[in-house]
Ligand binder design. Structure first.
Ligand SMILES: NC(=O)CC(=O)C(=O)O
Length: 302
């Protein structure tokens, strides 16, 4: 399966679709992979049935959020026919004619595991994958968090991911990736209108930071959508839930509690333009004092 190039920049043109419904599938994840795939399919169908044409799944939707489970649930993406989670996403995207941002699942590749999001277009075509760049390694607990060291099990991705879709340019980050504003700035600089963060904050980081981290992306005046597993999902890690869509002013357009649900949210990119006209941050940046540098070049491909 081809990977997205390291330095993708979306074309500077008006997206084909600027007003649409996004469906956020806050799934209950169990210890049975086949049941998770079935449930994900059902929630995608429910979202599409309610008019969503862009659909987002949670971080680790086919596998409990427990580091010791990742290897068992991992799929090799090099052959989609032997990757049942991806196969389902491709099939359901094509049968419903929707674009799916496939949350994340554990990916195995050359003896390594990755926490990976795959994006499928409305013909079921694989469009891109994002491997979580910033792994969630807790240092000394500050908020009473559970101990979690993702890097003991998962290797970090190396590429930022922006994808050119019918819904404009979409940047992908996975959970802890949201804490690094440089990544969002980079996506914004490459033309993103929307950043999607499949995520699974825990009970303490969730209460303190989940909403804040999403609303803070207002500094890029774009839409942010997050999707979490439900709190009663299986695994040793208690999940906050509260999938959310935030508008370009940092306003919460819609959010949910912690139970399994499908959230359908209207998105209108005209709000991005309005916000940027009111807050022309781009022209106000003081590049004489500080500079944002996109270090990747067209030719870098490692
Ligand atoms: N899954 C994660 O990356 C968890 C995280 O970031 C958190 O704050 O909790």
């Amino acid at each position: 399966m081809a990977s997205n190039s390291k330095r993708t920049v979306c074309p500077l043109q008006i997206p084909k679709i600027t007003q649409f419904k996004i469906g956020i599938c806050q799934l209950k994840v169990t210890t049975e992979k086949s049941a998770n795939i079935l449930k994900a399919r059902e929630l995608i169908q429910a979202a599409a049935g309610k008019g969503a044409s862009l659909i987002l799944l949670p971080e680790m939707w086919n596998c409990p959020c427990s580091t010791d489970m990742f290897a068992k649930f991992a799929e090799d993406f090099s052959d989609i026919d032997s990757a049942p989670s991806l196969l389902m996403l491709s099939e359901v995207a094509s049968s419903l004619g929707v674009t799916i941002i496939g949350g994340s699942v554990p990916e195995k590749d050359a003896g390594q595991l990755y926490n990976t999001c795959c994006l499928f277009g409305p013909n079921g075509e694989f469009k891109a994958k994002h491997r979580k760049i910033h792994l969630f390694d807790m240092g000394k607990p500050l908020l009473g968090e559970v101990q979690f060291k993702e890097s003991d099990y998962i290797s970090a991705g190396k590429n930022p991911t922006v994808v050119d879709t019918d819904f404009g340019c979409i940047g992908i980050g996975i959970c802890h990736d949201i804490r690094f504003p440089e990544l969002a700035m980079l996506y914004s600089a490459r033309g993103a209108q929307l950043i999607c963060y499949p995520g699974a904050f825990n009970m303490s980081t969730g209460a303190a930071l989940w909403e804040l981290e999403q609303r803070t992306r207002q500094d890029d005046s774009l839409y942010v959508a997050s999707c979490s597993p439900s709190r009663d999902s299986a695994g040793s890690y208690a999940i906050w839930g509260h999938s959310t869509v935030v508008g370009p002013m940092g306003e919460i357009i819609a959010t949910t509690g912690h139970d399994k649900t499908v959230l359908i949210v209207d998105v209108d990119y005209a709000a991005i333009q309005r916000t940027r006209e009111s807050f022309p941050l781009e022209s106000q940046r003081r590049s004489d004092i500080y500079q944002f540098v996109d270090v990747l070049t067209e030719s870098s491909n490692s």
